[in-house]
Design a binder for this molecule. Structure first.
Ligand SMILES: Cc1cc2nc3c(=O)[nH]c(=O)nc-3n(C[C@H](O)[C@H](O)[C@H](O)COP(=O)(O)OP(=O)(O)OC[C@H]3O[C@@H](n4cnc5c(N)ncnc54)[C@H](O)[C@@H]3O)c2cc1C
Length: 823
């Protein structure tokens, strides 16, 4: 470690015009962790500005509970890093204690679903080496004699969970950072952030104004907690979070509670934390108090009926905490201003996520991207039409708060602020029973309900704040039935959509897919560099490819279609003004995707083009006439069947759809949604994230390694190829009819080697199919033989199932169907 650190916390004014590489704003959990991790990456000309004292914001009030298990693999890894930093790394480095107490954690289940969720967490924990036990009420009583276990269903006990001390953690972090050369300035409020516009018209951070002087810097990190929105405004950046009062109660001294683990009773929406000889009790209610609207205030004594231990409330606090639209933090570089990073919106988990997120943020700043898959936290996940929409932020953040402790079921959807972005098919599909899913504010078809339309209604705040609760709300009732880890009741409806696609015809509205034009004199050069595949084919061709980052990770997989020059102002071709640019065409052209075995005969009745294999082969496209409307037809398939994707200008969408449906009636055409797409596409097999390379993902065929054309990520792939794969995607099928959803642990000869990333039921063979990246426990190469030579099992909710491992998708491995070869 380093020599004992000297405090270098300044309170003196800054030298005017001082220059720092990074300015971190806010001295709470996130600010201190980010500063420390920047230093660990060698960035030491960095300063943290805190307007008051370190921890003066929400961090001061934190319960500091650290639970290692969450229903997300990335989050489990982020938590593991925080735990490592505060339980050992910092102490080794500074010789100071952070105040970490490993008193264990206990989750309480009051019903079957909740216990099922805990069992899922336990199985995931095995893949990560996290010790945990699902206990019966009697076993729980042995562990924790004070607990009244009569109405318990069971518990999840994680012995190495524990409690963080906010002051100890932040002080130690700042000492370690200052010892490495960073500067920490308290009592130094940021009052302004200046932005400049560079020669290319891009806005960039220029300087930070404080009460004590100005700092020149190209980079600020907004770790200002609930005040982050205000800091964003200073630079013209939208920070879509809402501050809510999150209350807790501190009890009087209670005899016999020493050595108690932290307790979370999700169903009663409360947590308990040992605070000396007393307890600190906090919770989440359906009508939280918005920071900016105190008139809605009501007193909540939620959870006190809980009374598993005797509570005498002494002190009730209502500190603020920020909540976001999807209950995930806001991180990464703001799209509005270069050099303006966010590290805020932590939805009551900013202590335990602080270490992992601080590390990722530091990496993001230093290397331009995080190490892990942080897409779910990246501020760019929200479209700009949402981030400046107050109703959306308020309603969705309210729902995040209200559902803070809800079971995370595989198929949940929000009820708040829906129908923000709809496509031209929305109304007509809704009338046919479409149950929509929401993604990034966009409504896309989930599946089709045989019981008629189930529209999403205006948000009713779950009846809070005297808002009348929606009655006879079919969508909400359907959603309620999804709240299971078993097969949902409409499993059969989704099966019929899938089988119709495999055996007859199905039509999918895939307007949700992004569509971009890349134009200009250097478009070819850009395409060569950006795409792994050689897309330099004749106009009319379509190529499946990946786009990588520098480390060879897959940022996106997509199809690239080379367009023929065509007349100006054509809605299906881009206008090129001689300059290179990309334009997002998602709103201009909707896409309807029509896929399936009999689609050729059907579409032949609608399109004025020869659709035979010779005239219109797989992986080609052309502009054709569909029922009197110009569309771009692409011979592609997302679900592994012969089919066409039709890109249709907005105003032509409905007439073309009706023509296809009318012609399809005699073929038994049906509407199908993304639930069917998920099940059908998994049969073609893959799961991709920015931390997977195409070689690991079985997509080496998309990489032009045999050519000498350089492309982004190529070097990393070459190095990986030479070294051999340390992880590799494997497909598993399970003979037993059992639902799996991802996060199940994978064992090779009884030794954990990974977890399922994605799993679906495969209706054509009535089996579960799943994909996971497996590693060699010895850290060695994962060769095909490593996969072939051993027995695999999958653990789902504590139960083990035999699984067959496949290196290639067992469904149509030679891709004959998409080429129109059946039988
Ligand atoms: C009662 C309660 C219990 C909780 N329990 C847990 C738990 O058990 N586990 C868990 O992981 N999380 C828990 N949380 C959540 C966790 O405490 C927060 O997510 C976390 O502390 C947020 O840290 P932060 O650094 O983002 O924000 P803050 O701690 O609020 O830090 C932001 C800082 O920015 C400073 N600032 C603001 N404006 C300026 C400015 N203009 N210039 C300079 N500085 C500025 C503020 O003074 C403040 O210090 C709990 C929260 C509450 C309220």
């Amino acid at each position: 470690g380093l020599s004992p650190p000297k405090m270098k916390i300044l309170e003196s004014p800054l030298t005017i015009g001082e220059l720092f590489n990074v300015v971190v704003i806010g001295g709470g959990s996130l600010g201190c962790q980010t500063l420390y991790h920047l230093c660990k990456l060698g960035m030491t000309n960095v300063v943290l500005l805190e307007r008051d004292r370190l921890t003066a914001g929400t961090t001061w009030h934190t319960a500091g509970l650290l639970w290692q298990l969450r229903p997300s693999d990335t989050e489990v890894e982020l938590l593991a890093h925080t735990r490592n930093v505060i339980s050992s790394e910092l102490e080794e480095e500074t010789d100071l204690e952070t105040g970490w107490i490993q008193n264990g954690g206990l989750f309480i289940a009051s019903n079957k679903q909740r216990l099922d969720e805990y069992k899922r967490l336990m199985s995931l924990g095995k893949a990560y080496g996290i010790e945990s036990y699902v206990l019966s009420p009697a076993e729980t009583k042995d562990l924790y004699p004070l607990m009244n276990v009569k109405d318990l269903y069971g518990t999840l006990y994680v012995p190495k969970d524990g409690t963080m001390d906010p002051a100890g953690t932040c002080t130690t972090l700042s000492r370690a950072a200052t010892a490495r050369g960073a500067t920490v300035i308290e009592n130094c409020p940021v009052t302004g952030i200046q932005v400049k516009v560079d020669d290319l018209g891009v806005k960039r951070v220029k300087e930070v104004e404080t009460a004590h002087g100005t700092i020149q810097t190209p980079c600020v990190v907004n770790c200002a907690g609930v005040w982050a929105t205000k800091l964003g405004e200073m630079a013209g950046v939208n920070v879509p979070l809402i501050a809510m009062h999150h209350a807790y109660v501190v009890t009087e001294r209670i005899e016999g509670i020493q050595n108690m683990p932290n307790v979370r009773d999700h169903d009663a929406s409360v947590y308990l934390r040992l605070q000396g000889d007393a307890l600190s009790v906090g919770g989440y209610e359906h009508n939280p108090i918005f920071w900016n609207d105190v008139s809605l205030y009501t007193v909540h004594i939620y959870g006190l009926h809980w009374m598993r231990v005797f509570l005498l409330s002494l002190l009730v606090c209502f500190p603020p905490e920020s909540f976001t639209a999807d209950h995930k933090p806001l991180m990464g570089e703001a799209p509005e201003v270069r050099g303006f990073f966010l590290g805020c919106g932590f939805n009551s988990a900013g202590m335990m996520l602080g270490g992992g997120c601080g590390k990722e943020l530091a990496h993001w700043i230093n290397h331009g991207r995080p190490e892990k898959d942080m897409c779910g936290y990246d501020i760019r996940r929200f479209h700009h039409s949402l981030t400046n929409n107050n109703r959306w932020i308020r309603e969705r953040s309210h729902e995040s708060y209200a559902k803070n402790y809800s079971v995370v079921f595989p198929f949940d959807e929000p009820l708040a602020s829906r129908n923000m972005r709809t496509d031209p098919f929305h109304q007509v599909l809704q009338e046919q029973g479409c149950v929509f899913q929401e993604r990034h504010g966009w409504e896309r078809p989930g599946w089709f309900n045989r019981g008629g339309p189930a529209p999403v209604l205006d948000y009713d705040y779950y009846g809070a704040y005297d808002v009348p609760k929606n009655t006879d709300y079919k969508y909400s009732e359907i959603l309620g039935k999804e709240y299971t880890f078993d097969f949902p009741p409409h499993h059969d409806a989704i099966r019929d959509e899938c089988l119709s696609c495999r055996n007859a015809v199905a039509v999918f509205d895939m307007s949700y897919f992004g569509k971009f034009y890349l134009t200009g004199p250097d478009a070819k050069k850009a395409a060569d560099w950006l795409f792994t595949a050689d897309v330099n084919k004749a106009p009319g061709s379509t190529v499946y490819t990946c786009m990588l980052n520098k480390r060879g990770g897959v940022e996106s997989d997509l199809t690239v279609s080379r367009l023929e020059p065509s007349p100006a102002h054509h809605p299906l071709t881009p206008e090129s003004n001689g300059k290179r640019h990309t334009s997002n065409q998602s709103f201009e052209n909707s896409a309807m995707c029509d896929l399936c075995v009999d689609s050729r005969e059907l579409l032949q009745e609608v399109l004025n083009s020869d659709l035979s294999n010779d005239a219109f082969p797989f992986s080609t496209h052309k502009i054709v006439n569909a029922a009197g409307h110009k569309v771009r037809a692409m011979r592609l398939s997302f679900v592994g069947e012969m089919g066409w994707e039709l890109h249709i200008p907005k105003e032509s969408c409905l007439p073309v759809y009706h023509a296809v449906m009318a012609a399809g009636a005699k073929y038994g055409i049906c509407n199908a949604g993304y639930r069917a797409i998920d099940s059908l596409s998994i049969e073609k097999g893959m799961d991709l994230r920015p931390d997977d390379t195409p070689l690991e993902a079985g997509l080496a065929f998309t990489c032009k390694m045999k050519t000498s054309i350089p492309f982004l990520g190529r070097q990393a792939l070459e190095a990986q190829k030479a070294e051999g794969l340390r992880r590799r995607i494997v497909c598993f099928t399970v003979d037993e009819k059992v639902p799996m959803f991802g996060l199940e642990a994978i064992f090779r000869n009884g030794v954990p080697v990974g977890h399922l990333r994605r799993s679906e039921f495969r209706f054509a063979i009535d089996k579960t199919i799943g994909y996971g990246y497996i590693r060699n426990p010895d850290g060695g190469v994962v060769s095909p033989d490593f996969v072939r030579s051993r027995e695999f099992t999958l653990e789902r909710m504590g139960v083990t199932y035999k699984a067959t491992a496949h290196l290639k998708s067992p469904f149509d491995p030679e891709n004959k169907h998409v080429k129109g070869i059946y039988g």
